[in-house]
Structures are given as structure tokens and as C-alpha cells.
Design a protein around this ligand. Structure first.
Ligand code: HEM
Length: 551
């Protein structure tokens, strides 16, 4: 075997890459002999030709997944070698992505005797929707190569389950602060005239005291002792009894959504079931009159659109829309909360107004209602949608569940692990702190990567396999003081929906081509999940996917 050190001009980037080698310039990576591997692993520098695997290229080369064979000499330094897996990690001082350059090198007739398998530079940005493709592969690479890493945008990602649990438990070191500003109560800079111009009239007309509103904490963005006070006030609305009281209503609504499914040519799991249940349940939870359902649902969907508008977030127009929504909310909820404080009923608003000590302010009450809309509707809809999709994609798991419907709960837990509806939440370091050997500076925004932690190979065997027989100790609902307040409710809704649709699933095929993924990397799910009746799919029927089911 020849190892040529090559001599190339300095080039554009120096990634750390993982490779497996094979001998004799062959593309059959299995063909390498032990001696080939050992010789390569033993040499100091890496001078090789390589196969370049593009999972995602840098900047201008996104989305072109697949293998390309480049042959060119590169030189680099091995930083570590794992003999057992015959894997070496090499940092290249000089390497070019320039295809022309590679071609010209080929023309010079160089042949290289070692082929290595190479991946593109690791890339993950939380608000770049292109990262959605191959996300689980990216998580696997983050686990292998950089479990604590700073993205180009400056935020840090933490993916190991053990580290994520540290983020959850060391609340003095990792503040929840950014969760408020990044969600329902964005920061407003009134010294910016373009913002002040748009927001001043909205604030003037608002029923809430603006100063109080802009300095109020949202539960999910608060740290102790403020968090302790707010959580103490709202806990009583989520007692076992309160949630249990909704069971009958949830079952009825599931049955209503599934009416006519026996004969429907198509059924959209998202539009016809998954989003309907949490929307309707939320209005009952608040004890709102049925006549306000439509208004409430419109608000919920507007809020979802706002929270998902990552590209315009923070602009004057976005802020104006957001605070107009809060204002509309306040007009409706402030008088209602005052009324419920005087004449309490068996509903969430009465519960949160009943606190004698540490009562919420009007702004905190409105922000809490807004938080529930943001945290409890889309997430639950995604859980119902995601579990259905994975069961249809994994017929062996569907068979298991049909044979033993008692596995419904296990299927839901596996879905929370496999397809976590919240893929990450925000934290901020209060001082420099070391995690997995990397120091994150104080004041950094850290993404607590729930979704990636739930695919941690150190904790979950074959993590990218959907397996309803495992009993995953996942963090899909978080952990510690911020553990999801609505977890029992979400589980109850998902259980009822899955039990309802399960007997029908064999009659339908998933129309993969028309599934619409939610573009977000934060809220993980699908916006359209069309099913087509099998008899129609196979007889070449013209079922129109995405229509409401017909009775
Ligand atoms: C499948 C559905 C759901 C998932 C996956 C989910 C997930 C989560 C997660 C991961 C957190 C922790 C946030 C953090 O650590 O910063 C959280 C908090 C929270 N969730 Fe959920 N959630 C779901 C449904 C619900 C529902 C139905 C409600 C209410 C009706 C709700 C209300 C809340 C609230 C109020 C918090 C903040 C708790 C605190 O900060 O003390 N969630 N949720």
C-alpha cells in the first residue's frame, strides 16, 4: 500500500472528519484487509483519495445527499484512532471542496491507494429548516463528534442525555430566562423608533398595564423564586381530579372526530383528529362557552403562526401582531378572570384565580393562558400525529399493538422519545460551566436538546428504531421543576385518540408523498398526514388526499 503525502495548496476549511478506509483505490470499503487498516491507522499523516458523502454541504450545497467520489490528495493530522472500529479522526489542515480543482487533479492521472469514507462538515442550526432532513443522522453525529458544540449562530447545543439532565437539575447554573423572550412575551425595545411607532397605540389601548406586562415572567421562562410562586398558583388547575374530569369529554370528542371513518375514502390524521382534540379540550379546560370555541381556536392558530415565524420574529411588524394578539386576549380574559374570582366554577381560570397567597397579577394570568395555548395544543397534536405515522411506517409495530392494545401507553411513550414534540428548549448559562469536557461561557444561550437526548445511543439501544416494546426513560416532557404541567392531560388525549383510530389503521395506507412536515426544528411534527383507503389506493381510485373524511 502506498501512502503519498501529496502536496496541496492551502484551502478553505479544516473540519474534523470521520473515515473508514479501504485499500487499493477500490470503492468496496469491505475489501480492506487487516494489514491495510493497520498500516493506515499507524501512519502519522493521512494522504489519501476519498469518497465524499454529502449529507449537507456547506452554504451553497444544501440538500444534495448522496455519495460523490473525489480522488485527490489531502494531508492531515490524525487526532485519534479507534482501532476496534477502524475509525480514525483526522483534522485536515488543507482541504478543498472545489470540484473543478478535484477534477483537474484527476486529470493529472493521480491514483491513490487508500479510499476513505468522509462526511460533510457537521452542520446544525436551530432555525434553519433545511436541517430537518436527516435530523436523526445529525443527532447521531453530534453524539459521536461534538456532544457540546457552538453553532455558527452562536447558540450552544447539548445532546447527551446525562448532560441534558444536568441542565434540568442545575437550575442555578442554567436559567430558563430565554424561554420567555423566545416564546410568548418577547422583549420590546421602545427606544427603537420603528418599534415604538407601531406598538405605542397598541399599548395605549391595552387593558393591561404595559409596564407590568413587559416585566412579567412567563412560567416557562422564570427561575426560582418567581417560578416557584407562579407554579404554586397554577398547580391546582392540573390536579389528577381536574384532568380525570375531562376523560369523558375527550372520549366523546375522539368519537365525534372519527364519525364516518369506516366509509371515508381519505382521512387526514392531523386536520381531522390530532389538532381537533387539544383545541377542543383546551376550551373545556378553561370553562369557556361552546359559542366561543371558534374565536378561541382562531387565537390558538394565530399564536402558533406567530411562534413559528422564525424569519420575521422580532421585527416591528411581528411585534405589533404579537402584542395586538395579547391585547385581544386581555380584552377577553381579564374580565372573565375577574368574574371567575368572584364566582368560581370547576375550571382552570377559577383555579388560578383562587390562590389566596401569591396570586398571579392580571398580566401573569393572561401570559399563563397564552403559554398554555403555545405549549399544549400543537405539541399534543404532534404527539397524536407522530405516533400514528410511525405505526403506519412500521407495520410490525402496528401488528404488535393490534395484537395487544394494552401497549397503547408504551407506544405513546416511545413516540415521545422517538419523535419528541419539543425537540429543544432554551437555557442561559449564569457563569462559565463545563459539560462533557467543554467549557460554555457564562451568558451563553444553550439549547437543551430534548429530541437528541432521547436518541442518545448510550441510553437507548438502536435509538433510531421505533420500538413500542421498550420502556424509555425519556425527557420528552422535560424534568425537574419545569416538568410539563400538562403531561397527564397530553397522555390522556393521545391515549384516547390512538385507541380510537387504532382499529381503522389497517384499512388505510399512509400517503407518504403528501405528508407535510412542520418546517420547525423546535416543534416536531406534521401538518398534513393523509391516509387513503387501501381499496382505493390499490384500485387506482382517485381519492383526494387532505379532504375531510366523508360519512
Ligand atoms: C405532547 C404534549 C406536550 C409535550 C411534549 C410537552 C413538553 C413540555 C416540556 C418539554 C416542557 C419543559 C420546558 C422546559 O424545560 O423549559 C413543558 C413545560 C410545560 N408544559 Fe408541556 N408539553 C405538552 C403538553 C402540554 C399541555 C397539554 C399543557 C397544558 C394544557 C402543557 C403545559 C406546560 C406548561 C405550563 C409548562 C411549563 C412548566 C414550568 O415551566 O413549570 N404542556 N412541556
Amino acid at each position: 500500500m502506498t501512502v503519498d503525502s501529496g502536496n496541496v495548496s492551502p484551502d478553505v476549511y479544516a473540519p474534523t472528519v470521520e473515515f473508514t478506509l479501504a485499500a487499493n483505490a477500490g470503492r468496496d470499503l469491505q475489501a480492506a484487509t487487516d494489514a491495510d487498516h493497520d498500516a493506515f491507522l499507524g501512519c502519522k499523516s493521512a494522504a489519501v483519495a476519498f469518497c465524499f458523502k454529502t449529507l449537507r454541504g456547506p452554504s451553497n450545497d444544501t440538500g444534495s445527499a448522496g455519495w460523490r467520489i473525489y480522488r485527490r490528495p489531502v494531508s492531515g493530522r490524525k487526532t485519534s484512532v479507534d482501532r476496534a472500529s477502524r475509525t480514525a479522526y483526522v483534522t485536515y489542515d488543507r482541504i478543498s471542496q472545489d470540484k473543478k480543482w478535484v477534477r483537474s487533479y484527476l486529470q493529472r492521472g493521480k491514483t491513490w491507494e487508500i479510499v476513505m469514507q468522509n462526511e460533510s462538515p457537521l452542520y446544525y442550526e436551530p432555525f434553519d429548516p433545511s436541517c430537518r432532513a436527516g435530523l436523526f443522522d445529525t443527532y447521531a453525529r453530534l453524539h459521536r463528534e461534538a456532544p457540546v458544540r457552538q453553532c455558527e449562530s452562536g447558540v450552544w447545543t447539548v445532546v447527551r442525555l446525562d448532560d441534558v439532565r444536568i441542565l434540568y437539575t442545575r437550575t442555578e447554573a442554567f436559567s430558563n430566562r430565554p424561554n420567555g423572550a423566545e416564546t410568548v412575551r418577547p422583549t420590546v425595545d421602545m427606544s427603537d423608533s420603528s418599534i415604538a411607532e407601531k406598538l405605542a397605540p397598541i399599548f395605549e389601548a391595552m387593558l393591561l398595564d404595559t409596564k407590568e406586562l413587559l416585566s412579567s415572567s412567563v412560567i416557562v421562562g422564570a427561575d426560582p423564586p418567581i417560578h416557584t410562586r407562579i407554579r404554586g398558583s397554577v398547580n391546582r388547575a392540573f390536579t389528577r381530579g381536574r384532568i380525570e374530569a375531562l376523560r369523558g369529554y375527550i372520549d366523546e370528542e375522539v368519537a365525534r372526530c372519527l364519525e364516518g371513518i369506516d366509509h371515508a375514502p381519505t382521512f387526514d390524521v392531523y386536520a381531522d383528529l390530532a389538532i381537533q382534540i387539544p383545541l377542543r379540550v383546551m376550551t373545556r379546560l378553561f370553562g369557556l362557552p361552546a359559542s366561543d370555541d371558534e374565536k378561541f381556536q382562531r387565537w390558538a392558530l394565530m399564536l402558533a403562526t406567530q411562534l413559528n415565524a422564525h424569519e420575521t420574529r422580532g421585527t416591528a411588524t411581528w411585534l405589533a401582531t404579537h402584542y395586538s394578539l395579547i391585547s385581544e386576549f386581555a380584552d377577553y380574559f381579564v374580565p372573565l378572570m375577574t368574574e371567575r374570582a368572584k364566582n368560581p366554577g370547576a375550571d382552570l381560570l377559577s383555579d388560578i384565580m383562587a390562590a389566596e397567597k401569591d396570586a398571579l397579577t392580571a398580566s401573569e394570568g393572561v401570559l399563563f393562558v397564552l403559554t398554555l395555548l403555545g405549549a399544549g395544543i400543537e405539541t399534543t397534536a404532534n404527539l397524536i400525529g407522530n405516533v400514528t405515522v410511525e405505526l403506519l411506517r412500521n407495520p410490525d409495530q402496528l401488528d404488535l399493538l393490534l395484537a395487544d392494545p394494552a401497549l397503547v401507553d408504551a407506544a405513546i411513550e416511545e413516540s415521545l422519545r422517538y419523535d419528541s414534540p419539543f425537540q429543544f428548549v432554551f437555557r442561559e448559562t449564569t457563569s462559565d460551566i463545563e459539560l462533557s469536557g467543554v467549557t460554555i461561557p457564562g451568558g451563553s444561550i444553550v439549547l437543551n436538546m430534548i429530541g437528541a437526548a432521547n436518541h442518545d445511543p448510550a441510553h437507548f439501544n438502536d435509538p433510531d428504531r421505533f420500538d413500542i416494546t421498550r420502556k424509555p426513560a425519556h425527557v420528552g416532557f422535560g424534568q425537574g421543576i419545569h416538568f410539563c404541567l400538562g403531561a397527564a392531560l397530553a397522555r390522556m388525549e393521545a391515549r384516547a385518540a390512538l385507541r380510537g383510530i387504532l382499529p381503522h389503521l389497517r384499512e388505510f395506507a399512509l400517503d407518504e408523498e403528501h405528508i407535510v412536515d412542520r418546517p420547525s426544528l423546535l416543534i416536531w411534527g406534521r401538518l398534513q398526514i393523509p391516509l387513503v383507503r387501501r381499496s382505493m389506493a390499490t384500485s387506482g381510485g382517485t381519492a383526494q388526499v387532505g379532504l375531510q373524511s366523508e360519512g
